[in-house]
Design a protein around this ligand. Structure first.
Ligand code: HTL
Ligand code: MG
Length: 626
């Protein structure tokens, strides 16, 4: 029988008998697989959290209790159960549901999220508010083992151990981040599953938990004994921070989940429930390769194979890094948990001794890079634009102030597509440009990327290079010694023109070239260095053309356009300037190419800007009215 057909809201789920829940969980799982097969999505994490999601919704009321999912990528089941079942096929698509939890999408989404490790701190704030207002709802952060590697999560736990609010923290431990999880805590968590005391505790744990409240109210000796049973080793790090530890329990056994969640909610103070799950649970291929099926592209559920992807910017960086590390044994690459996404799978195998995955800890990645540089090593810190935001202070304080030789390899610069608002890489130029000693470049292709990396290594100092998500043509030579020299801080004239010049960056160069094609009055420049600008060329242009247009896949405030405007103002140059890029708004998920036009910096927008600037040649007008 189909339960799902009649279940749209948590109330419908609550109408089922407890015995019916495992079967319903299977239906929920099938629906998640179906939805992801149609349009892709975070399949493996959502599958692993199915039973947990069912148990939470069966026991609590997400319209008032706050489920604070960390990252939010494991919430497809939660979305289906909270009134969004009929819109699931739209997930991550333009105008559709977001891929993470988003408060504006549903009142059942307690937190808008996408970056890791925030759930426990946000939940602490909610619990403080609840207790200050003497209200009685539950606040339940649900955090993965990967996300627990972030300093923010650990610092928030530490604070909870001080404040000791009544709350349940669920640690959803599948021993995986996107790739294998890393770190000492991971080893500890794994050891919890094989300790002999755990096997004993598993048998009698339920009974002990049932009696816990009663025992805890007895004298201190009994209290101590009870605590020791549930919180078994005095070295337990959660216990040490002042948070009661219960577990580990089987996160695919709904009965167990209900039992423990129900009992823990009756306890005072904070309790962490350690739940063991399998990433990709219930779908053979996803269980076998949870890395590939972490973020799936659409697939045929009858014959599921992950589609082959073409050569990407990340691959180009990974190949370049291998070559650099081959030629210089002081080159290192650091990633905060993004081995695959940053193109480092091969690098990690070829140069394992100069590769570090620090976990979801961008701050640690940056400052570890600083430490290496202080000892004369040559670190490359590979971070997505959006996640480097987490390491901002470290970039200033630990790298730039000391002018250290750290290369920042920034992937996913610009709009990123399905991941949407939380993951857009559109602020890095603004936040890096202000920093002393920092240099920022954006190559137009993989060959230019190689030259920039080589030069950055040679020059030293903090050097940031950014590139977009997606495909790029493979560079010809993998051998660093053959890579062309590039003069740092110089732009490249791609097309001459007499009346206007379009200064474009990265992927927007194609738009500029498309608009200028066949137009003798329009010049195009690859403005590949945003800091320093090519001041010589800019001065020449300012006195030789009637107008300038900047185009960038980045927020206008603080980006290339701002840099050019500042330069013109500082030199009292009166040439009209039009700046195209992202305005001061949040950009949702969508198709990046369509969004470039929609948000005002695609080819049509460039044509309109030319007309506005009075560069209304017949050709431009003809194209604009097409
Ligand atoms: N850095 C930060 C600050 N936030 C995010 N979201 C990432 C990197 C990228 N990221 C994810 S999901 C994920 C990472 C590293 C793994 C999380 O592991 P966890 O959950 O154990 O918490 P699991 O995948 O279910 O095992 C996304 O961007 C979606
Ligand atoms: Mg995990």
């Amino acid at each position: 029988m189909s339960y799902l057909a009649n279940i749209n809201w948590p109330e419908d789920l609550k109408a089922l008998n407890k015995e019916e829940l495992p079967e319903f969980a299977q239906e929920l799982r099938s629906e998640i697989i179906r939805v992801c097969s149609l349009g892709g999505g975070h399949l493996a994490s959502s599958l692993g959290a199915v039973e947990l999601t069912v148990a939470l919704h069966y026991l609590f009321d997400s319209s008032k209790d706050r489920f604070v999912f960390d990252v939010g990528h494991q919430t497809y089941g939660h979305k289906i159960l909270t009134g969004r079942k009929d819109r699931m096929e739209s997930i991550r698509k333009p105008g559709g549901l977001t891929g993470f939890t988003t408060s504006s999408e549903s009142s059942h989404d307690a937190l808008t999220v996408g970056h890791a490790s925030t759930s426990i701190a946000a939940a602490l704030g909610m619990v403080l508010a609840r207790d200050a207002r003497k209200e009685s709802y539950e606040v339940i952060p649900i955090i993965g083992d990967g996300s627990l590697t972030g300093g923010m999560a650990l610092a928030a736990l530490n604070q909870i151990g001080q404040v000791k609010p009544r709350m349940t923290i669920i640690l959803n431990d599948n021993e995986m981040s996107i790739s294998e999880n890393v770190g000492g805590l991971k080893n500890y968590l794994r050891s919890m599953q094989v300790q002999p005391w755990f096997q004993r505790a598993e048998k009698s744990g339920k009974q002990a938990l049932g009696n816990f409240k009663m025992i805890a109210e007895l004298g201190s000796r009994a209290k101590h004994a009870a605590r020791h049973f549930l919180d078994p080793v005095s070295l337990n790090p959660f216990h040490a921070m002042g948070v009661r530890y219960v577990g580990p329990i089987d996160g695919h056994d709904i009965d167990q989940l209900l039992y423990y969640l129900d009992h823990i909610k009756q306890l005072d103070g904070p309790t962490l429930l350690h739940v063991i799950t399998k990433k990709g649970k219930g779908y053979e291929i996803a269980e076998a390769d949870p890395i590939v099926w972490h973020g799936a592209s659409k697939f045929n559920p009858q014959a599921p194979v992950a589609p082959a992807k073409g050569y990407t910017w990340a691959d180009a960086f990974g190949d370049a890094a291998i070559s650099m590390a081959n030629s210089d044994d002081r080159v290192w690459v650091i990633t905060p948990a993004m081995r695959i996404g940053s193109g480092l799978d091969q690098y990690s195998k070829v140069h394992p001794s100069r590769y570090i995955d620090v976990g979801i800890a961008e701050d640690v990645a940056v400052t570890t890079g600083a430490g290496l540089a202080l000892q004369n090593e040559k670190p490359i810190v590979a971070i997505y634009s959006t996640f480097l935001q987490r390491g901002f202070d470290q970039v200033i304080h630990d790298v730039c102030l000391e002018n250290l030789d750290v290369i920042f390899a920034i992937d996913r610069a610009g709009l990123v597509g399905g991941d949407g608002a939380t993951h857009q890489g559109i602020y890095d130029l603004s936040y890096l440009r202000a920093l002393p000693n920092m240099s920022i470049a954006m190559p137009k292709n993989a060959t230019e990327m190689q030259s920039m990396l080589k030069k950055a290594l040679e020059l030293g100092g903090p050097k940031a290079m950014r590139w977009p998500r997606g495909g790029v043509k493979q560079a010809e030579s993998a051998d660093m010694t053959t890579w062309a020299d590039i003069s740092w801080g110089t732009w490249e004239r791609l097309k001459t023109g007499t009346e206007a010049c379009i200064l474009a960056l990265g992927p927007t160069l194609d738009y500029a070239l498309e608009v200028a094609q066949g137009q003798p009055n329009i010049a195009v420049v690859n403005a590949r260095f945003v800091k320093p600008l090519d001041e010589k060329m800019l001065l020449e242009l300012a006195s030789s053309v009637k107008a300038l247009i900047t185009v960038e896949d980045h927020t206008i405030m603080g980006g290339l356009g701002s840099a050019v405007a500042e330069f013109l103002a500082d030199h009292q140059l009166k040439v009209p300037l039009k700046r195209l890029g992202i305005k001061d708004i949040v950009i949702p998920h969508g198709d990046p190419n369509a969004q470039h036009e929609e948000f005002g910096y695609g080819p049509e927008a460039i044509r309109a800007a030319l007309i506005e600037l009075g560069i209304s040649t017949p050709q431009v007008l003809a194209q604009a009215s097409d």
